[in-house]
Ligand binder design. Structure first.
Ligand SMILES: [Fe+2]
Length: 361
């Protein structure tokens, strides 16, 4: 059985893995060579690296693909990937040394890892090497919820964790290897495929047609960090509860869809929101030139636009909805005039949704 089948398989479930395994394996092999492993050991290390995370195919999308830090409960589920992976490949004829990489790649030198809590030399050598390579790769690549660490900082962290997470005898070899590798500016996930578009539109586009709220703050922060002027507009449906009660929840859902459609028509030029989700995932927020709409609450929406839209666009949305018996209030804000941090935005949002009266600019 070819080991690279399993890394490819995982890539089909989780595009973020693309490139990760390849880099992890190449780092691990470089460390292995530095230590002076035999060719056979290097082969086992490579095989182990290619299959090490395959158990993640059994992890539900909602956890596997979550572009944010996992909760403690979610993390407990994620931890199961080690035993699922082992179950999946244990009888396929892979050498024991390679299976050991799979089984022990999440163990830590001081015994605080999982699934066994193995310590020190009890963790097989190849697994101790792979952990360092894998962790360094994770530190230096970018995720939607975290920036990549600069190479130097990641190196310092390796040294800091020598003896606790990592084998202190191997870390110096790893540092030597990574010092020789020319650091990449940004290691971005490769997620721009049609498959990802489909997958992520289920994951991140709300039934209303807006992007789910989870991506709002990361996007807002990215825009703030970029520093260019932009516009942020909140929309709030004031009588959704009444509509739900009087006409049923289906009607209420229809109203939300109509509102998003109206905002798209007026403010967003009806672009394919799935393209934006892909951009947001890659954190290329910098490239976003059309407004993005988020559903930030039950009946609250936020539009981030890289330019200041004319006020009549917002008025147009409110008017179109009022004609349908839906009462909308809106609050347009500008960066940097109206706010300078996402905290300020959240504060404003609290008073806005509490119904404190705010007048349109
Ligand atoms: Fe893992």
């Amino acid at each position: 059985m070819r080991a690279d089948f399993f890394s490819r398989l995982l890539e089909f479930r989780d595009a973020y893995t693309k490139g990760r395994t390849e880099r992890g394996v190449s780092y691990a092999l470089a460390i292995g060579r530095e230590i002076g492993l035999t060719q056979e050991e290097l082969d086992h290390l490579q095989t182990g690296g290619l299959i090490h995370d395959v158990g993640k195919v059994a992890i539900p999308d909602i956890i596997l693909l979550k572009p944010a830090k996992l909760t403690a409960e979610e993390y407990e589920v994620m931890k199961l990937h080690v035993q699922y992976g082992y179950e999946l490949v244990k009888d396929l004829g892979f050498p024991k040394e390679a299976l050991d990489v799979l089984l022990y790649h999440q163990e830590k030198f001081d015994g605080s890892g999982y699934p066994f809590g193995k310590k020190g030399q009890d963790i097989p050598l190849l697994a101790r090497i792979y952990t360092i390579a894998d962790s360094f790769e994770a530190m230096t690549s970018r995720r939607i919820y975290k920036k990549s660490k600069p190479w130097k900082m990641a190196l310092a962290e390796l040294e800091e964790l020598a003896g606790s997470h990592f084998d202190p005898d191997i870390v110096p070899y790893a540092v030597k290897v990574f010092e020789k590798i020319k650091p990449k500016e940004h290691i971005l996930p490769e997620v721009d495929t049609e498959l990802e578009k489909i997958r992520w539109s289920f994951y991140y586009v709300d039934f209303s047609g807006a992007i789910k709220g989870d991506l709002f703050l990361p996007t807002l922060n990215a825009f703030i960090e970029k520093g260019d002027p932009f516009c942020l507009t909140f929309f709030d449906v004031e009588n959704l509860f009444e509509i739900n009660q009087k006409f049923g929840w289906d009607k209420g859902n229809e109203v939300l869809k109509t509102l998003v459609n109206s905002i798209n028509l007026q403010c967003c030029a009806m672009h394919d929101i799935r393209d934006l989700v892909i951009k947001l995932m890659r954190q290329d927020v910098i490239d976003i030139t059309s407004p993005v709409i988020f559903r930030i609450g039950g009946d609250e929406f936020a539009v981030i636009a890289p330019y200041i839209p004319p006020p009549e666009k917002v008025e147009g949305v409110i008017k179109a909805m009022r004609e349908k018996g839906v009462s909308i209030k809106a609050l347009p804000m500008r960066f940097p005039e109206s706010f300078k941090s996402s905290q300020e935005v959240l504060n404003v949002l609290v008073s806005f949704t509490k119904g404190v009266s705010i007048h349109l600019e």
